[in-house]
Write a protein that binds this ligand. Structure first.
Ligand SMILES: [Zn+2]
Length: 401
């Protein structure tokens, strides 16, 4: 991006990333003339996307007139975000800087199917928005985190093992329709982004705590097992959204373990929260779900602790390959099983089997954002998409800028 290539959307990006936050700095960064920068900033101000912050003294000897600091106005619009789990869902109204303005969570079975879940969600969104006193017209997008593989371009869930009834379902259109019905207005349809939960958690966690980490890996172990990869600050999704789907890698030594995907011997069939719930039930410990496993672990239930450590070793064995391929700086373990026994198991296998060079600078950590990671990742991905240079320019053009 140089010279005349720098559109209003590019200027906005420089401001949002803090790389150039005054008129002078924008001129220097882009090579644009003072009047062109002024014209493009006018477009951004007219759209309500920018505001003026406090004046900052000019650097260097002699000073001069303080230049006005330009800021992205994170309050000019809101995002509706939701994190669909297998048993629980949380939803929130979030401003463009990621501040949660209103939030709700509760039991909702993903197995109830998309019609029921998306309708309920639209109803929740309408209630939450009302709580914040924000008019409908200020909703700029909806972000949805789902516990299954997503084709990023189409927003379709693809053959999800733990989301029966959702395969290929038109989530975007259905949620847009439900949302407009619940607010009962004729506002234009808002964009809906759908992504896999491990991806969005990885995105949120990397931004929140590890911005300097150029290769960040998050592994979520709840009902199923999935991974998200953030490289150079961007989610790495692979060619069709399939990157990180490590739960269904087949292991060689458990051919009789039936997986939720219908195959036998998958990693998730022996080492996921769902698998541990079944193993604990078989051992006479009442356990209905991955979150029950989490409760048993919190209480130090001995069978749960032993099985979680063994599951950690299973996952660690697969992660040896993953970590060797990616050479990440951070491996974050998240989800219902992400406690000490499981993480200990992962570390044991990683440090035993990976080359020392691979793990020399690797930090193995647990989640910082906890339950909110998926929600915040869903909101952030909507903002990044809508205010990326290309989308920003297209939206400005539509506004008549
Ligand atoms: Zn499987």
């Amino acid at each position: 991006m140089t010279g005349n290539q720098a559109s209003a959307g590019h200027l906005l990006q420089l401001i949002r990333e803090g790389r150039a936050t005054t008129r002078g700095a924008l001129q220097r960064a882009t090579g644009l003339s003072r009047s062109t920068v002024g014209h493009r900033l006018d477009q951004l101000f007219a759209a309500g996307w920018l505001r003026e912050g406090e004046a900052t003294p000019v650097e260097g000897a002699g000073g001069g007139r303080p230049s006005t600091r330009l800021e992205f106005d994170a309050e000019h619009a809101v995002v509706l975000a939701a994190d669909l789990g297998t048993h629980r869902t949380s939803a929130a109204v979030v401003d463009l800087a990621g501040t949660v303005l209103a939030e709700r969570s509760g039991e909702m079975l993903i197995t109830a199917g998309p019609d029921h879940v998306l309708d309920t969600l639209a109803q929740w969104f309408a209630g939450l928005l009302k709580e914040t006193g924000t008019p409908h017209g200020r909703v700029c997008g909806i972000g949805l985190s789902v516990p299954g593989p997503v084709d990023w371009a189409s927003g379709l869930v693809v053959q999800p093992p733990i989301m029966p009834g959702w395969d290929g379902f038109p989530i975007r259109g259905r949620l847009q329709e439900a949302w407009r019905r619940h607010i009962a207005t004729d506002v234009p349809a808002v964009p809906v982004l759908v992504d896999n939960d491990a991806n969005l958690m990885a995105y949120a966690e990397q931004r929140a705590g590890y911005r300097d980490c150029a290769a960040f890996l998050l592994v979520k172990v709840s009902t199923g097992i999935g991974a998200g990869v953030v490289v150079d600050g961007r989610l790495y999704r692979g060619i069709d959204g399939g990157a990180g789907d490590i739960g269904h890698i087949r292991l060689h030594d458990c051919p009789d373990a039936l997986c939720m995907c219908g195959s036998y011997g998958c990693l998730a069939s022996v080492a996921s929260g769902g698998a541990l719930a079944a193993q604990l039930s078989d051992a006479g410990v009442a356990t209905a779900s991955a979150s029950d496993v989490r409760d048993h672990l919190a209480a130090g239930q001995p069978d749960a602790v032993r099985l979680a450590r063994e599951a950690g070793r299973r996952v660690g064995a697969v992660l040896v390959t993953v970590v060797t391929l990616l050479n990440p700086g951070v491996l974050m373990i998240a989800g219902d099983l992400a406690g000490t026994p499981f993480v200990t198991g992962v570390r044991e296998l990683l440090y035993q089997r990976a080359m020392p060079r691979t793990t020399a600078h690797l930090e193995v950590v647990t989640s910082r954002l906890g339950e909110r990671a998926g929600l915040l990742g869903a909101a952030a991905s909507v903002v990044e998409d809508l205010y990326s240079p290309e989308r920003a320019d297209a939206r400005l053009a539509a506004l008549g800028g």
